[in-house]
Design a protein around this ligand. Structure first.
Ligand code: C2E
Ligand code: CA
Ligand code: CA
Length: 539
């Protein structure tokens, strides 16, 4: 670093939290600071609170101490900060200017981190703000500035990265974010909506309309591809939702045209599977089974989940877990999903002719809900089959909701508003379920059977008991309906009932069954009758 640059740098604070500062860091920084003539002070974080402005900081993050964590976060919001910590703690510091993994600290990594910190201070590396902070600053900026443009940047990991280790994915993401921060226009306000979706506000329409974030489509050394929407004028906070929606559609279109499986050659095994799936669709080898769901308060059957089956000519009945991923990868899941939806809506009619009105649940995969026309398609199917929206429930996993979030969330919001039930499936298995619960357009959660089935154990101190109890409590507070799947015996049912879950599904009550069996079972079971016109909604 040359002297002129160093002279412009503010004093550097090197702070420890509950742990002593590593000698490596202190010794190395001493030398480095002397060389570049930076004023440096070391000490414990508490001695420097409240945060002195006009500084930059390097902090060794605390382990598992929420109080200290908050203070470090506070610091990183106020002054440019390089945080050194354990990888699992990283998510707690969205405002860190730059981050270093403490296990990988070496003079080289430190130099790199310091370089980023300086770049950040000098405005060469713009901060990447978490969603809420970005929205707040966006609002403030549109209130005092005209002539702003918005742009969406979507990042796709290369298939090689997607299949690789968590470390590689994290490194890929970090290098993408670094490029984004380094290359965005000078006045850009950068926000991170999701791990792979970013938003930019700038006055510089010309810079935004160039492909400033490279795709590296032909360079296999880069593990990502970037997709940019065109810059769209935006003048206030109220336009944000609509503008983002337009940008997302644009990016989706570009993505479909430029990349994806369409342009990637399939492996021999993949081709065989795809070939087999296409043949199976043509020769109608797929069928649905339905597994009833019961209301714990009344004991009545109130719904049924449609589960896909494949009657393979050589292999017999193939369970969905073995082919759903392949169908997704092969781009066939939308066709299969639409087919399953039609079958399910037809099934609803057969039941309704018997005087039985159930809420039918359909599993939905990520590529389906990421289709910009998904909501429209479902609504028109409901109309075509004359099924009330409240009699349809979509089961989605957290990943399906969060990937390509703007499109999928828009679709789900639209459907929820129309009255369709939206349930977060496999609840408890996603790593960030709790933090997203209040943001997602859902009406209920479905506890994963990994938590439910073990409740039949007699041990009162079972960890699953506490987990399920806490999850149900949280859902209740958020006004969400709860369903437990995987109820296999009386004991499990008793525990679930005592914890106050709304609905149950599982082998104890019923296995997945054919449509005919469901009709029979529903009629015998005095299924809940409700007025077709929707006046007597139980839901
Ligand atoms: P899921 O949505 O978690 O579905 C519940 C699975 O648990 C079903 O397995 C069901 O048969 C099984 N199950 C139900 N009650 C019990 C129980 O008491 N004990 C035990 N051990 N298992 C129980 P299945 O039918 O093999 O489905 C597996 C997965 O395949 C589903 O998991 C869902 O993710 C996916 N799937 C099924 N049909 C479709 C579909 O039409 N579209 C999409 N995209 N995915 C589907
Ligand atoms: Ca399901
Ligand atoms: Ca599940």
């Amino acid at each position: 670093m040359n002297q002129q640059t160093a002279n412009r740098l503010p004093p550097l604070l090197v702070l420890g939290t509950e742990r002593a500062l590593p000698d490596l860091l202190i010794n190395w920084l001493d030398r480095e600071a002397e060389e570049s003539e930076i004023t440096m002070r070391t000490g414990m974080l508490d001695a420097f609170l409240p945060v002195p402005s006009g500084h930059m900081a390097i902090v060794v993050a605390p382990h598992r101490d929420p109080g200290l964590r908050d203070r470090v976060q506070e610091l990183s919001l106020h002054i440019p900060t390089l945080i050194i910590g354990r990888p699992e703690e990283r998510a707690y510091y969205p405002d860190a200017c730059t981050w270093l993994d403490e296990h990988q600290m070496s003079p080289q990594a430190l130099r790199h981190g310091l370089h980023d910190l300086f770049a950040c201070v000098q405005g060469q590396l713009r901060p990447l703000l978490p969603r809420h902070t970005w929205i707040r600053q966006f609002r403030a900026r549109t209130e005092c500035e005209d002539g702003l443009f918005i742009q969406l940047v979507s990042c796709r990991w290369r298939p090689a990265a997607a299949g690789d280790s968590a470390e590689l994915r994290l490194a890929t993401q970090q290098s993408f974010e670094h490029q984004l921060r380094a290359q965005a226009p000078d006045d850009a306000l950068l926000g991170k909506l999701l791990d792979d979706q970013f938003v930019v506000i700038s006055r510089d329409a010309e810079a935004l309309s160039k492909k400033w974030m490279k795709s590296f489509e032909d360079d296999i050394n880069y593990l990502w591809t970037a997709f940019l929407s065109g810059p769209a004028p935006i003048s206030n906070y109220d336009d944000l939702g609509g503008a983002l929606q337009k940008c997302v559609r644009q990016v989706e279109r570009i993505r479909m045209l430029q990349s994806g499986l369409g342009s990637r050659a399939l492996s021999t095994t993949e081709s065989l599977v795809v070939h087999d799936l296409i043949r199976a669709m043509r020769s109608k080898e797929f069928y649905l089974e339905f597994q009833p769901q019961f209301d714990t308060h009344t004991g009545r059957m109130t719904g049924a989940e449609a589960l896909l089956r494949w009657l393979h000519p050589n292999l017999g009945v193939v369970p969905p877990t073995t082919f759903i991923r392949d169908a997704e990868m092969a781009g066939l899941i939308r066709t299969l999903g639409t087919w399953a939806m039609r079958e399910t809506l037809q099934a609803w009619h057969r039941l309704s002719e018997q005087g039985v009105t159930l809420r039918m649940s359909v599993n939905v995969s990520f590529p389906e809900v990421a289709d910009p026309d998904y909501a429209e398609k479902v609504l028109s199917l409901l109309e075509e089959y004359r099924v009330p929206a409240r009699c349809l429930e979509l089961e989605l996993t957290e990943t399906a909701m969060m990937l390509d979030a703007s499109v999928s969330l828009y679709n789900l919001q639209t459907l929820k508003q129309a009255g369709v039930h939206i349930v977060l499936d496999d609840f408890g298995t996603g790593f960030s379920s709790l933090s997203h619960l209040s943001d997602l357009p859902i009406t209920g959660i479905k506890l994963d059977r990994a938590f439910v089935t073990p409740l039949s154990g007699s041990d009162e101190s079972l960890p699953q008991l506490h987990i399920v109890s806490a999850m149900l409590d949280l859902a209740r507070r958020l006004g969400l309906e709860t369903t437990a799947e995987g109820v296999e015996d009386q004991r499990c049912l008793d525990v679930i009932n005592s914890l106050g879950c709304d609905r149950v599904q599982g082998y104890f009550y019923a296995q997945p069954m054919s449509m005919d069996k469901l009709v029979e079972r529903a009629s015998v079971h005095e299924a809940v009758l409700c007025d077709y016109s929707g006046q007597q909604s139980l839901f």
